[in-house]
Design a protein around this ligand. Structure first.
Ligand code: PPS
Length: 664
């Protein structure tokens, strides 16, 4: 009976449906109704599924990320033991803090909300990219937000009552006096250093075997205040070392003259106040350049008032020894159980090359008190966004490199980017940059004013005196300390003092270094072309190289700096003997433990290290940390901080462009 009735109903229904279905107008309507029904059914099925099985939100989130950080170029290679595999880093003995366990456990609805926020953030940052990339737009925005100051100075909130100089440190220079330290002798007396050696040799080079004799003479020279020609990256007369011999004008020098800085007259004029250097007038705000912010340098770690700083922002400027600094921060953070501000979903960069956005930090919750200690992945700096997630007492620092060295390094490493891809050599690129360089390309910053870009400025902007001054002013306001990679060891001493850390915290082996195969001496005219092409970077570098040495003279003195550098080098040599199989870096194909193989990128062959065998557990752990490449170390710390994610076995963030990625 029932089947019969159903058949009848069906027949009647079909009769009714037939005419509209057969008619021209009815067909699209029927299709639409069917589609709606299908969609509704899918929704019901999705809701019926248990949340644990539903990966749709995760997928969506990842899709959003793929869209947003698709430009990232320094990712992990697709496969290979050094990338997706979490390195064999031993877990720290210190227990995880509860904060870390609570993060990133978002439910499904929360996840969707987060996706929406990410989308919003992405929209916001895209607008920012556009509006801030005109320098006028940048300054307008920041002046609107922060009154007259271009950027809010975090550092100015710091204790002003603390002494500006060390009680221990004898000062080499004196306020109000014209002092020409021996180290600032005219360059003509110096023999041009070999621009590029086969193997990178830094102030902090590991070479155990050649240690004492060479090192001591270099140290002695540095102690005597002669130009600190400790880096093999010096470029002869274009060397950064000579920059220390530039006169120190009353206002920061901006390039009004075509004269290169190293030929400027050897004259040093000091401001009447030792802690004050007149800042540029442009922009309306005259700032005390870290007069009260750099106070910590003088305080040595053993002084009672000096507490190790644990809230840190490091602007990881590309190709400036930043991976080595990052390793220092990773080790410090790991062994003290600090919380890192990781890029969302385990990516290797903080939304780069877009402006930094707090929403892209894993675990960031708007409006919640900051739970992060260290922010140190690659980002394009945007102070207002960084301030949203870091406490006001945070210590900000960055590192710079001579733009000539930087561009040479960048050309090899980022050979796959749009500007460099078709250029046979750096010389060819520089001969006629317009043939290769398109300012509008999303990866153009790798080929021009990379430091300027990373600091958040327009890398294609004009290098007018006004703009340069504004830029310098903004950097001084936002950062407590600017390091110089050519003087890596001196930089580390300054950092140690400023952060109130101990020697072991700042000792390191150089990471991410190319071997000699892609290094070649650059002719003088190429060097000049690089400086002109990277005019903004050159202005930033020369200015901060100058203030770097002023600071040393003012706060530490050459003599004590020499002692500190010697102690650091000695400790590095000890560690090299303890930890390294060969006592030094080795070519990528010689690296035995594949989890210690650095990412091989572009045309660069990146050196690594072999761990000595037979070490006891604790020593092995300490040594391994020192030589673990950035991506592996970051991955390992990320898994530690977000165990749930690690357990899910989620795929890491997007991959680099194919032509950039290489296996050994
Ligand atoms: N300690 C020390 N002192 C001086 N120079 C050093 C040091 N450590 C690394 N390097 C050199 O820095 C270059 C790599 O920079 P980064 O790590 O910032 O690169 S990256 O942007 O993260 O890819 C890379 O430069 P190139 O070798 O010229 O490419 C490294 O050799």
């Amino acid at each position: 009976m029932l089947p019969y009735t159903m058949l009848n109903v069906k027949r009647r229904l079909l009769k009714k449906l037939k005419p509209p279905y057969k008619s021209q107008l009815g067909r699209p309507w029927s299709c639409l109704i069917l589609l709606i029904l299908l969609f509704m059914m899918l929704q019901i099925v999705e809701k019926l599924q248990s949340p644990s099985n539903c990966r749709c939100d995760e997928k969506l989130k990842r899709q959003t990320l793929q869209q947003t950080i698709g430009n990232e170029t320094s990712f992990q290679p697709e496969k290979g033991p050094n990338c997706n595999q979490t390195p064999n880093l031993p877990a720290s003995d210190i227990p995880q803090n509860s904060q870390k366990k609570a993060v990133s456990n978002l439910g499904s609805t929360e996840n969707m909300l987060h996706i929406l926020k990410l989308r919003q953030a992405f929209g916001k940052t895209k607008l920012l990219d556009k509006s801030l990339d005109s320098q006028e737009g940048f300054w307008k925005k920041h002046q609107e937000e922060n009154g007259k100051k271009p950027w809010t100075s975090h550092a100015s909130k710091k204790v002003k009552s603390q002494p500006l100089v060390s009680k221990r440190a004898p000062k080499s220079g004196h306020a109000g006096r014209t002092v020409i330290p021996q180290s600032r002798k005219p360059r003509t007396t110096q023999k041009a250093a070999e621009p590029f050696s086969k193997k990178p040799a830094f102030t902090n080079r590991v070479a155990v075997n050649k240690q004492t004799a060479k090192a001591s003479s270099a140290q002695a020279r540095s102690l005597q205040g002669q130009p600190l020609t400790t880096s093999s990256h010096s470029l002869g007369k274009d060397s950064a070392f000579t920059l220390a011999a530039i006169s120190i004008p009353k206002t920061p020098r901006v390039s009004k003259t075509k004269e290169p800085p190293e030929t400027a007259p050897l004259r040093m004029e000091r401001e009447s106040s030792p802690s004050k250097i007149a800042a540029p007038q442009a922009g309306g705000a005259v700032e005390d350049i870290k007069g009260d912010n750099w106070q910590t340098v003088g305080s040595s770690p053993d002084e009672a008032a000096c507490k190790p700083k644990t809230h840190i922002v490091f602007l990881k400027v590309h190709k400036s020894a930043s991976s080595t600094v990052m390793n220092i921060l990773f080790r410090f953070g790991e062994t003290r159980n600090l919380t890192f501000a990781f890029p969302f979903d385990g990516a290797s960069q903080l939304f780069y090359p877009h402006y930094f956005t707090a929403e892209f930090v894993e675990g960031f919750v708007a409006g919640q008190a900051s739970q992060f200690n260290i922010l140190c992945h690659h980002m394009r700096f945007l102070p207002t966004e960084v301030q949203r997630m870091m406490p006001s007492t945070t210590f900000y620092f960055a590192i710079l490199r001579n733009p000539v060295h930087l561009m040479e390094s960048s050309f090899t490493y980022y050979k796959g980017t749009s500007a460099f891809f078709h250029a046979k050599s750096l010389e060819e690129f520089l001969q006629q940059p317009s043939r290769f360089y398109k300012a509008g390309e999303s990866d153009s910053q790798y080929a021009k004013n990379l430091m300027t870009f990373d600091f958040g400025f327009n890398h294609n902007g004009e290098a007018s005196a006004k703009h340069v001054q504004l830029m310098l002013q903004a950097i001084k306001t936002a950062f407590n300390l600017i390091l110089i990679s050519e003087y890596f060891d001196e930089s580390m001493v300054l950092l140690k003092e400023a952060l109130c850390w101990d020697l072991d915290s700042i000792v390191s082996f150089p990471l991410n270094s190319r071997d000699g195969s892609t290094r070649a001496p650059l002719p003088d005219f190429t060097v000049e072309k690089i400086k002109n092409w990277n005019k903004l970077d050159w202005e930033i570098y020369t200015h901060f190289n100058q203030t770097f040495w002023e600071k040393i003279d003012r706060d530490i003195g050459r003599e004590r700096m020499g002692q500190e550098v010697r102690a650091l080098q000695k400790r590095r040599e000890q560690l090299a003997r303890t930890c390294l199989q060969e006592g030094d870096s080795v070519a990528p194909e010689e690296i035995k433990d594949q989890s210690l193989l650095p990412l091989q990128y572009g045309q660069a062959r990146i050196l690594g290290y072999n761990l000595k065998s037979g070490l006891d557990k604790k020593t092995e752990q300490m040594c391994r940390r020192l030589i673990t490449p950035e991506l592996q170390y970051s991955r390992s710390l990320y898994s530690r901080q977000f165990p749930q994610k690690a357990l899910k076995g989620h795929k890491p963030a997007p991959l680099p462009r194919k032509h950039n990625r290489r296996t050994v």
